[in-house]
Design a protein around this ligand. Structure first.
Ligand code: SF4
Ligand code: SF4
Length: 195
């Protein structure tokens, strides 16, 4: 005799349940088969490097001036002031022609990769690289000083974003040239008289 099972009898639910089970197994086996013959998407890092997008926000670095070879950082501390988790520390060194950063440290282990420091830098001195390749089991290695930041800047490909590049991109379109504006004004006056 069938045992009561809630509102249904056990004998009544067996065949529908078995059908559902077999259908689920068939679907799972199909997905397994499709993935078995599919081309793998796994990248065998670090032998194979993935190509990153131009605006990839990777590790931070300091740059040199390509023409003079001088450090681009003028020690203005704007990046230090803007940084939300306050992981940048800068000390300015005043010099005759321009200023430098006497001390520049960045605690990369606490960085949010928000890019705000890059956005405010007036001299494109701090940038992001198209790499995250600084994995380590010792957090102290991610306390980056000025020399290490400059080395990273030479080691990896830079991201597209620089302070000046980002600010130019966000600048509103320029007003039309004076002559064009004058011509438009005359035309508007003429229209007004005609009415
Ligand atoms: S990316 Fe953001 S969190 Fe990281 S150092 Fe720059 S401002 Fe600070
Ligand atoms: S990296 Fe840029 S914003 Fe930061 S101190 Fe140097 S010049 Fe100023």
């Amino acid at each position: 005799m069938a045992r009561p099972l809630g509102n249904r009898q056990l004998g009544q639910s067996f065949w529908p349940d078995l059908g559902n089970l077999l259908s689920a197994v068939r679907r799972a086996m199909w997905i397994t088969l499709v993935n078995f013959v599919r081309k793998p998407v796994t990248v065998h890092y670090p032998e194979v490097k993935r190509v990153y997008p131009d605006r990839f926000r990777g590790v931070l670095a300091l740059t040199y001036d390509k023409e003079t070879g001088e450090e681009n950082c003028i020690g203005c501390r704007l990046c230090e002031y803007i940084c939300p988790p306050q992981v940048i520390k800068v000390e300015m060194l005043k010099a005759e022609k321009r200023n430098f950063a006497k001390v520049f440290t960045l605690e990369l282990y606490a960085c949010e990769f928000c890019e705000l420091c890059v956005q405010v830098c007036p001299t494109d001195a701090i940038i992001m690289m198209k790499s995250f390749d600084l994995a380590t089991s010792d957090r102290r290695e991610l306390l980056l000083d000025k020399d290490r930041l400059h080395t990273i800047g030479l080691q990896f490909d830079p991201s597209w974003a620089t302070g000046n590049g980002l600010r130019n991109m966000q600048t509103p379109p320029k007003a039309p040239p004076a002559e064009h504006a004058k011509a438009e004004g005359t035309a508007a006056k003429a229209e007004g008289k005609a009415e």
